[in-house]
Design a protein around this ligand. Structure first.
Ligand code: FMN
Ligand code: FE2
Ligand code: FE2
Length: 409
């Protein structure tokens, strides 16, 4: 059964229950995802976005339950990424009358992925499309999260179709946010923001301000992945504002990797020190703890402690992957420090500190490069540093948050 999202607007997407990673293996999706496509039934029907490869038939089947696909007059591609665009050639083959609509930048990404497509109708912010009984308008949203990204708005229904923004990788049989367990919903919404949108936090804030200023009324937000925000859609807008400003809790993530347990001993002592001050410490050994998950936990943490032993003069590989991720994500308003064990010349702690700075975090230098297995004094120093770091976290949280932002692309 096609599912009604608003009067004359239907969800015709697909549910990918079993997908467990995205973007190669950079993002784990333990709860699967959905690819949301929406059919807007004006006198001239419009399809907004499509689905990932392999799900064309599921989408076409849902469309066919409502109309003959040949009647589709407009195909709106809010975003060129393959998980939303792959079925475009498929739809156009069955809807010879359909015009393909995208942002100016969309002609580049879509034109490259699908060289057979050439006849684009470009729209800019503020453009309208009268379907007869339904009016679409468009809002460009560059870098949320690609240059081509845009939002489609169904005026009569006050329905925002923002594609990847406000989405969650969450496969469920329910289609609405108010129908699913809220701890799962918010876990996935935060995981999505932390891992996909964090680098674009400034643009997120600007877009939220622009939408607020424009007075655009939003009754429902139907994103490109996961469930639809129909009751109080303002809650996801507010959450994005909090995440984009770097609002955080008295929480410290301690992420580390170890060969023979020495670095881990330091990590545990740090965690004890942090907890002594009444600040939450999350001890995360890599790669046992999933990197995507740790990044999500970091989203609302004020502090990060990263540890690695020295291996051939370098940091260990799973911590290296975590650091590379951090440098791209550029979280705002966080403080950090590094620690680790080495046998002779060392190097890991200095490398971590440099990486943390490159990631835009405020780095506190530590004296926690220990040799071989940590001595009792080493561990006491680590506990003491943990306490100091926790106090620093608390103090930083007392300061106004907008004071400094991480660097931006
Ligand atoms: C394969 C291997 C390579 C290592 N390379 C270095 C090195 O380049 N520089 C150094 O100071 N220590 C090096 N070490 C020593 C470790 O850093 C040292 O054993 C440290 O205490 C390990 O801490 P961990 O138990 O937390 O992994 C190496 C150890 C191994 C097993
Ligand atoms: Fe995307
Ligand atoms: Fe997507």
């Amino acid at each position: 059964m096609p599912l009604q999202v608003a009067d004359g607007v239907f969800w015709v997407g697909a549910i990918d229950w079993n997908v467990r990673s995205f973007h190669g293996y950079t993002y784990t999706t333990p709860r699967g995802t959905t690819y949301n496509a929406y059919l807007v039934l004006g006198d001239e029907p419009a399809l907004v976005d499509t689905v990932a490869p392999g799900f064309e038939d599921e989408m076409m089947g849902r469309i066919r339950e409502l109309i003959d696909p040949a009647r589709i007059r407009y195909l709106i591609a809010n975003h060129g990424e393959v998980d939303h665009s792959s079925a475009i050639p498929h739809v156009l083959a069955q809807a010879p009358e359909a015009r393909l609509i995208c942002s100016r930048k969309g002609t580049e990404s879509l034109g490259a992925y699908y060289p057979q497509l050439w006849d684009f109708q470009v729209v800019d912010t503020g453009d309208h499309l009268d379907l007869g009984g339904k009016t679409l308008s468009f809002i460009e949203a560059p870098m949320l999260h690609w240059p081509d990204s845009m939002f489609t708005y169904v005026q009569e229904e006050r329905l925002l179709l923002p594609n990847d923004a406000f989405g969650q990788h969450l496969a469920t049989s329910q289609r609405f946010a108010d129908q699913v367990e809220s701890w799962q919903l918010w876990d996935e919404a935060a995981r999505y923001y932390a891992n996909i949108l964090a680098p674009f936090s400034r643009m997120v804030l600007r877009k939220l301000d622009e939408v607020a200023r424009s007075g655009l009324e939003i009754a429902t937000i139907a994103p490109g992945h996961g469930v639809i925000w129909r009751e109080n859609p303002g809650q996801i807008l507010e959450a994005y504002r909090r995440w984009a400003t770097g609002e955080a809790k008295e929480r410290v993530v301690i992420a580390y990797e170890t060969m023979w347990g020495s670095t881990e001993k330091v990590a545990r002592a740090l965690a004890e020190g942090v907890a002594d001050e009444g600040v939450e410490a999350l001890l995360r050994g890599l790669p046992m703890a999933d990197r995507t998950e740790v990044v999500k936990e970091l989203l609302e943490a004020k502090g990060l402690l990263v540890g690695s032993s020295t291996h051939n003069q370098r940091i260990l590989l799973n911590v290296a992957a975590f650091m590379e991720d951090l440098k791209g994500l550029r979280f705002t308003n966080k403080i950090a420090a590094a620690f680790g064990s080495h046998g002779w010349a060392g190097g890991a702690v200095a490398q971590l500190e440099e990486g943390l700075r490159e990631a835009g975090l405020d780095v506190m230098t530590s004296d926690l490069a220990v040799r071989w297995a940590p001595s009792a004094e080493d561990l006491e120093r680590a506990r003491e540093f943990g306490r100091r770091f926790a106090r620093e976290v608390r103090q930083a949280l007392a300061e106004p948050v907008a004071a400094h932002h991480g660097t931006e692309a």
